[in-house]
Ligand binder design. Structure first.
Ligand SMILES: Nc1ncnc2c1ncn2[C@@H]1O[C@H](COP(=O)(O)OP(=O)(O)OP(=O)(O)O)[C@@H](O)[C@H]1O
Ligand SMILES: [Mg+2]
Length: 159
């Protein structure tokens, strides 16, 4: 299948939270188990801000820390294990082998991954990729997929 993508402008932080909320609602409608989401963009692009909104909208009530030093923060939301990764500090993708990276990806988990390029070769392909570009205060979220169900969700998001 060809890649499908939509670009959404989120210049204000509340628009990023709103996008996270709408996406979470759409994904919940189809079941969030087994999803892998890549979050790409420079330092300060808004990956963690998006993730925070997304986790809260999925139903997480507590705080959401950036996993910068821990590499991964686990959440248990409605019987689904949600893993929020930040691989920025990974020196070598091989470190993921020592973490037992494969065990994080299964039908009952959703993985949100900041800096997925740092884990190149050891991560599964994403069901959804978000690339955040920013220039001053202007932020554009490009969401792309090559999965039909996800494409259907993105089409709704676009409207
Ligand atoms: N429209 C916006 N969307 C998201 N964040 C915004 C927006 N406008 C301003 N910000 C601010 O930009 C910063 C984004 O930081 P955030 O930690 O989310 O980035 P990040 O992409 O996770 O960076 P890192 O690569 O360091 O983990 C926050 O301080 C947030 O308040
Ligand atoms: Mg971050």
């Amino acid at each position: 299948m060809n890649e499908f993508s939509v670009s959404i402008v989120c210049n204000e932080e509340h628009e990023t939270s709103q996008l996270a909320k709408r996406l979470a609602a759409l994904l919940l409608g189809n079941g969030i188990g087994g999803l892998t989401v890549y979050l790409e963009g420079d330092l300060g692009a808004g990956k963690t801000t998006f993730s925070r909104g997304f986790l809260h909208s999925l139903g997480h009530n507590g705080s959401v820390k950036s996993p910068t030093y821990t590499l991964v923060e686990p959440y248990e939301i409605n019987k689904i294990s949600v893993f929020h990764f930040d691989l920025y500090r990974l020196a070598d993708p091989e470190e993921l082998e020592f973490m037992g990276i494969r065990d994080y990806f299964h039908d009952n988990s959703l993985c949100l991954i900041e800096w997925p390029d740092k884990g190149f070769g050891l991560l599964p392909a994403p069901d959804l990729k978000m690339e955040i570009s920013f220039d001053g205060n202007d932020r554009v979220f490009k969401l792309s997929t090559n999965k039909q169900t996800m494409e259907d969700c993105l089409k709704v998001l676009q409207d």
